[in-house]
Design a protein around this ligand. Structure first.
Ligand SMILES: [Zn+2]
Length: 345
């Protein structure tokens, strides 16, 4: 039995004919550019698996149509659920139980870490920037295209965070709780700024003796990755970047401009696209702890299915487009010279 948009109930032995609204939904596509003047509907009352405000943000990408609120919600939820990592969906209840077990049994070492008070976490320059007093541009440097670096976390927070992670691991070992690991990154398996980052996945990675020695060359399952170094003292562990690529071009060599090595400093954050190919060299001595946040966008993932080329962010697509343009120009110039010489003759 299917409930269609106007509230009538279809079903029975013969499938009901598609209503106009259903046909409209099947043909519907998001617009490539958002309409920021649009006042979206409010979806707060709907029982959803994700935050209703994601629907309001996505509505700015919906073409103007005659769908009612329920129909719009149905169409947009379809897109979001399509890109919500399947393991996150199926593990939803397990995840809730896992978090509840930790919440009710684990004694935090530093309670203040859980207050989410920005004054405790962030360095003053970052605080001023996010408050809008100075602007993020003033604190961010871009040592290589697409690699953004800035000071973010206070040393005292980093230290507390590392000892908290250590304390948590000890507790998990004692209580035989299996710590959930990040879903393995995809080993090679636009415009994010305009899209909405609607799903987040954070984790801590430790490198050094007895831990992952090095992380191979890979892309992240994210649109944007935030990687903050918490400490401690270490040698090695440089991050290396090798250019951003779409799925089709993921194995195409990096150009010399795309090759960039970066030595992480405690408290410093690096932001890059998930599709920016990267890896970390082995931490040869000491211990390096990093906190990583993967931000995903279902709008961006949906838009990607509409296009075949990504010159705005894929280095190879960009190069190909430039090459094609210069070939067209050269051909046109040749043609002009031919016409000119013919008229002179
Ligand atoms: Zn490409």
């Amino acid at each position: 039995m299917t409930v269609v948009g106007d509230g009538t109930v279809g079903g029975g032995d013969t499938p009901p004919a598609n209503t106009a609204a259903e046909t409209a939904i099947t043909d519907l596509r998001l617009m490539l550019n958002a309409d920021y003047d649009r006042m979206p509907d409010n979806y707060d009352d709907l029982p959803l698996e994700f935050s209703p405000c994601i629907l309001s943000s996505m509505e700015k990408y919906l073409p103007l149509n005659s769908l009612n609120r329920d129909e719009k919600a149905k169409f947009m939820s379809g897109i979001i659920l399509k890109y919500l990592p399947s393991e996150e969906r199926s593990r939803d209840k397990m995840d809730r139980d896992y978090k509840q077990t930790i919440k009710s049994n684990y004694q935090p070492l530093h309670k203040e870490l859980y207050t989410l008070d920005p004054e405790i976490f962030f360095v003053p320059s970052f605080l001023e920037a996010i408050k809008g007093n100075t602007g993020l541009r003033s604190i961010i440097s871009e040592p290589s295209p697409g690699v953004l670096v800035f000071d973010m976390l206070q040393p005292s927070f980093c230290e507390k965070m590392i000892s908290e992670v250590k304390n948590f691991r000890k507790w998990a070992k004692q209580t035989k709780l299996r710590i959930k690991k990040a879903n393995c990154m995809k080993f090679f398996s636009d415009d994010v700024t305009e899209a909405t980052l609607d799903s987040h996945h954070g984790f801590v990675v430790e490198h050094g003796k007895d831990r992952d020695a090095d992380i191979g060359f890979h892309v992240d399952d994210s649109e944007v990755t935030l990687n903050v170094c918490l400490g401690k003292e270490f040698v090695g562990g440089e991050l290396y970047f090798r250019g951003t690529r779409c799925e089709k071009h993921v194995n195409i060599d990096a150009t010399s401009e795309e090759r960039y090595d970066y030595s992480h400093k405690p408290g410093q954050a690096v932001i890059h696209r998930g599709r920016h190919r990267h890896g970390a060299r082995a931490t040869t001595s000491g211990q390096r702890v990093n906190m990583i946040l993967w931000c995903r966008s279902s709008i961006f993932r949906e838009m990607k299915t509409y296009k075949k080329e990504f010159p705005k962010w894929c280095g190879k697509c960009h190069g190909d487009k430039k090459e094609k343009k210069s070939q067209t120009l050269a051909a046109r110039r040749k043609e002009l010279v031919r016409i000119e010489s013919e008229s002179e003759a």
